[in-house]
Write a protein that binds this ligand. Structure first.
Ligand code: ATR
Length: 271
């Protein structure tokens, strides 16, 4: 039986085993997909000992995974400086990052958003923000404002993206001066701790859409703010989760699974 797994910490509530089991059943592939608890100190050893042919990697290990496959990483993993998908290549690993394309696919195909020429606000400049920023630029947005509590980190992300005409680093303190955005993305981990930074209502209007990259309880504060600020669409990260998984599945098995039924089942379990 082919073995696959997701590594991270905490990993107990990961939806990935359920998603990949559904994809495998749909595509007639026999495989095991486990969730393996691992941190910075023991990730490499646990990955090697697991015998998996492919792995997903989640918090806090995406940079560690990238370091493991540095010489053999896709362009999008290199641009993110992080890998969420590992593919066994002989004795070593090939790495990719499907988070950004998963987000863009969810927004454009499932939710019907047209990202071209849009003015986009990305809140946060950590691993989650880095994972999605390149794909947003590739989707043809007009401009990306990266607003972070620590300005230096927003500046570092903007530098790494290498498009100074389109990417603008800002401090959270400057939000009141930025005007209205077409799309607002919460990629901070602030709300996982329950505290949303103060966001001016003027950032959003009736034509704005908002998405939180997390789901469940963690997405509630930002999405409540977005609705209060008048956003027509306030989306959580469940769709992105399913789409990034489908893209990983494609990399491992050469088949792109149909995602709608899996998304609907997860949505029903989460609402
Ligand atoms: P992740 O992989 O989830 O992105 P991370 O790399 O630790 O985790 O990044 C966390 C992000 O959330 C950062 O942008 C962080 O801001 P700083 O760079 O200033 O630390 C942001 N964040 C975390 N807690 C926050 C809070 N209470 N208010 C505002 N931003 C916060």
């Amino acid at each position: 039986m082919q073995r696959y797994a997701v590594f991270g910490s905490p990993i107990g509530h990961s939806q990935s085993p359920r998603i990949h089991a559904a994809f495998a059943k749909q595509c007639g592939i026999a495989m095991n997909y486990d969730a393996i608890e691992a941190g910075h100190a023991d990730f490499a050893a646990k990955l090697a000992a697991s015998g998996v042919r492919g792995a997903n990697v989640t918090l806090p290990l995406k940079e560690d995974a990238f370091a493991l496959c540095m010489g053999n990483a896709s362009t999008r993993a290199q641009r993110a400086g992080a890998a969420n998908t590992l593919i066994r290549d002989g004795d070593s690993w090939r790495g990719d990052n499907t988070d950004g394309s998963g987000l863009v696919r969810d927004l454009t195909e499932r939710h019907g958003l047209d990202l071209r020429e849009r003015r986009v606000l990305l809140l946060g400049a950590g691993g989650a923000a880095r994972g999605v920023a390149p794909a947003l630029l590739d989707a043809g947005i007009h401009s990306l404002y990266v607003a972070n509590r620590t300005l230096a980190r927003a500046e570092a992300l903007a530098d790494a993206l290498g498009e100074p005409g389109r990417v603008h680093p800002r401090s959270l303190d400057d939000l009141a001066r930025l005007g209205e955005f077409d799309l607002l993305i919460n990629a901070t981990s602030a709300t996982r701790g329950g505290s949303l930074p103060t966001l001016p209502m003027a950032l959003a209007g009736r034509r704005s859409a908002a998405v939180d990259l997390s789901y469940g309880e963690a997405a509630v504060p930002f999405l409540a703010w977005a609705r209060a600020a008048g956003c027509t669409q306030a989306l959580d990260g469940l769709g992105m989760l399913v789409e990034q998984a489908a893209e990983s599945f494609l990399l491992w098995h050469g088949l792109r699974p149909e995602t709608e039924a899996v998304y609907a089942e997860l949505r029903a379990r989460n609402d």
